[in-house]
Design a protein around this ligand. Structure first.
Ligand code: NAP
Length: 299
């Protein structure tokens, strides 16, 4: 198992605990990657299995499993989701290639990678301007898997109600705005938060998402939202696609489309690969890396 099985029933959870099921199933030997740091589990699952006479081997492929579980591990230890910032840029560092026509400028393979990631995370987030300009669905269409919940930051609730996020019924949408409290609406939920330096208070947004059991969030943009997250030190991982072609002249002459996100120098490069002609770099923040290293060292 990639994570220690739990022995107890959690309030509000539909699934029963694994340990009694494993004992009933007559399992004789169990290999577990790492312990569950949830204080209500931490070692109790393994103790329960051993008490029932099951041989337990702990610590096999722990770094690989912790990588897979990084969303859950951050959420269970901090109450906040793991934040992955996904950005695409042209070879000359613009966030768009042309002003008109097809807005995609990365490869089909890069798009598939993003759709696969959407299926793995609990939520996908965008800023008000991307919602307005691109009217995206943020669903999983080029991979298998469930659609993530959608999140949009719309300070003054200025977005039109006809956008796909509010009308397509594909997945619930959460709209964060300035205010207090939360209300259920036909397409999802509206949540009020305070203001921070660059717009809505992103720390509060993450805390509210954590309460709603979002263990991971993919921040798809645009650049303003990306910059705010980075400036606030709230990003765990950056996934940056760089296309081989430069932006056209119209884009180059346009204010505000340059300056795509850059990966901070002290971040750890987790992966560097070709993605259908684009260059893909995945980097972890020093804090995200230290969190996993500490966890693995303890187990
Ligand atoms: N290349 C890429 O990776 C990529 C990805 C996505 C989008 N895009 C492109 O980027 C463009 C839009 O990007 P953008 O930078 O102008 O806007 P954006 O990041 O999509 O949205 C920014 C808006 O979100 C709202 N917001 C609320 N709280 C915020 C906070 N704490 N920090 C930042 N924003 C907050 C603000 O609007 P209110 O105050 O009005 O609520 C703000 O103006 C589009 O052309 C889109 O196609 C590129």
């Amino acid at each position: 198992m990639t994570l220690e099985p739990c022995a107890q029933v959690f309030a509000g959870k539909k699934t029963p605990p694994c340990v009694p099921a494993l004992i009933r199933a007559g399992v004789t030997r169990l290999v577990v990657a790492h312990r569950d740091p949830n204080p209500e589990v931490d070692g109790a699952g393994i103790a329960g299995l051993r008490a029932a006479g099951i041989e337990v081997k702990l610590g096999v492929l722990a770094p690989q499993a912790a990588r897979l579980n990084r969303g859950f591990l951050k959420w269970i230890t901090t109450g906040r989701p793991y934040v992955i910032l996904k950005a695409a840029r042209t070879s000359d560092n613009f966030v768009a290639a042309t002003m008109t026509g097809n807005r995609w400028f990365t490869s089909a393979e890069s798009r598939r990678i993003v759709h696969r990631l959407r299926a793995e995370v609990d939520g996908v987030m965008i800023g008000r301007r991307t919602a307005q300009v691109d009217n995206p669905r943020l669903t999983v269409r080029e991979a298998d898997g469930a659609h993530p919940r959608r999140i949009v930051l719309d300070t003054r609730r200025a977005l039109e109600s006809a956008l796909h996020l509010f009308t397509d019924g594909q997945a619930p949408t959460l709209r964060f705005s300035r205010g207090e409290g939360a209300a259920t609406v036909t397409w999802g939920e509206q949540v009020g938060v305070g203001l921070g330096d660059t717009g809505l208070d992103l720390s509060q947004v993450l805390a509210e998402l954590g309460k709603r059991e979002f263990t991971s969030v993919l921040v798809e943009g645009g650049p303003r939202l990306h910059r705010s997250f980075l400036e606030a030190g709230l990003v765990d991982e950056i996934m940056l696609f760089t296309a081989p072609q430069p932006a056209d002249r119209a884009v180059q002459g346009h204010d505000g489309l340059g300056n795509a996100v850059a990966i901070p120098a002290d971040w750890h490069t987790e992966r560097e690969a070709d993605s259908g002609g684009d260059r893909l770099v995945i980097s972890w923040s020093p804090e995200a890396r230290a969190r996993l290293d500490n966890l693995i060292a303890l187990r």
